[in-house]
Write a protein of this length. Structure first.
Length: 282
C-alpha cells in the first residue's frame, strides 16, 4: 500500500511539473506576441508599421525640416551604428549601400532601418534609434552617400547632388560592381559620375563607353569613345575600345582605330589584342 501511495505521489508531482512547463511556454509565447504587437503598432511619434507592407508607408516625409544640421547629426549616427557594416562611405559590403540610391526612395529607407531585412545582417533599429534619428541617418545617406535624391532644404537650397563624402574612386568601384554583374545601365551611371569628378580618369570614360555599348546604346558609346580619343590620342586602351565598338558598325573605322592602337605599342598586351581584332575584320 505504501509503495502504491509513493507511486501515485510521484505521478501527481510529474503531472504538476508538466503543467508548470506548459504554462511557462504559453506565457513566454504570449509575451513575445505582445512585444511584437507593441513594436509593430504605429504611433504618432513613430508611425512605421513593422508588420505591414512597405508600400503602405510610401510617400512618408521627415517629421522635421531638412537642414544641414540634421544631415550632420545623421552622419554621426551613421558612423556609430552603420559604418561598421556598410563602410564609412557606403560601399563596403557585397551589396553596397551607396548603390541603393538608384532604386530606393526615403520611404524605402525608413522601412528598412526600422524593420531590418530578413535573411541579411541588417537589424531593426526601432528600439535603438528614435524615429527622428532614423530619419537623420536617411537624410545623411541620400545627401552625402548616394547623391541620388536631392532634397530641398528648409532654407530653399539644395544639398550637393554629387556627394562630398564620396571620392571619384568610390564611384568607379561601384561602376565596376555593376559592370561585373552585367547591369550596364547602372554601371554607366557610376562611371559617368567618376569621370565627371575626375576627367583625367580615362579608364572610367573607357568603361562608360563599354557600358553603353553592352546596354545596346551604341550611338552614345561611339560618341563618348570618339570624343575621348580626340582629347587623349595617346591612350592605346581608348583606341582599342574605339575599334571594338566600331567593328560591329563600321569596319573601316574599326580597322583605323585598331591600327592606331597598334602604332602606339605593337608588343603591348593592348597592341597585340588590337592586332588580333584587326585580323578578324580583314
Amino acid at each position: 500500500m505504501k509503495k502504491k501511495r509513493t507511486t501515485f505521489f510521484i505521478k501527481i508531482v510529474g503531472i504538476l511539473i508538466i503543467i508548470s512547463i506548459v504554462i511557462l511556454v504559453i506565457e513566454f509565447k504570449r509575451d513575445k506576441i505582445v512585444s511584437s504587437l507593441s513594436m509593430s503598432a504605429p504611433t504618432k511619434d513613430d508611425p512605421v508599421p513593422i508588420k505591414r507592407a512597405a508600400w503602405e508607408f510610401a510617400g512618408v516625409e521627415p517629421p522635421f525640416k531638412i537642414t544641414e544640421k540634421a544631415i550632420s547629426e545623421g552622419k554621426i549616427i551613421f558612423q556609430k551604428n552603420c559604418a561598421s557594416c556598410h563602410g564609412r562611405r557606403g560601399y563596403k559590403t557585397d551589396h553596397p549601400l551607396a548603390m541603393h540610391g538608384l532604386h530606393h526612395v526615403n520611404a524605402d529607407y525608413i522601412w528598412f532601418v526600422t524593420r531590418g531585412k530578413s535573411g541579411t545582417a541588417m537589424p531593426s533599429f526601432k528600439k535603438s534609434l528614435s524615429y527622428k534619428d532614423r530619419w537623420k541617418v536617411i537624410l545623411y545617406v541620400h545627401a552625402r552617400i548616394t547623391g541620388r535624391e536631392p532634397m530641398r532644404m528648409a532654407n530653399g537650397t539644395m544639398p550637393a547632388y554629387l556627394s562630398p563624402e564620396f571620392e571619384p574612386g568610390d564611384y568607379f568601384k561601384l561602376g565596376e560592381w555593376y559592370f561585373n554583374k552585367n547591369e550596364f545601365i547602372d554601371a554607366s551611371i557610376y562611371y559617368k559620375l567618376a569621370y565627371m569628378r575626375d576627367p583625367k580618369n580615362i579608364i572610367a570614360a573607357n568603361d562608360l563607353a563599354l557600358s553603353f555599348f553592352y546596354a545596346g546604346k551604341t550611338d552614345r558609346a561611339v560618341k563618348i569613345i570618339s570624343d575621348v580619343a580626340k582629347k587623349v590620342p595617346s591612350s592605346q586602351q581608348i583606341w582599342l575600345t574605339y575599334g571594338f565598338i566600331e567593328k560591329s558598325i563600321d569596319t573601316d573605322k574599326a580597322a583605323a582605330a585598331f591600327r592606331h592602337a597598334i602604332k602606339l605599342g605593337p608588343q603591348t598586351a593592348v597592341g597585340l589584342a588590337a592586332g588580333r581584332y584587326l585580323e578578324q575584320i580583314k
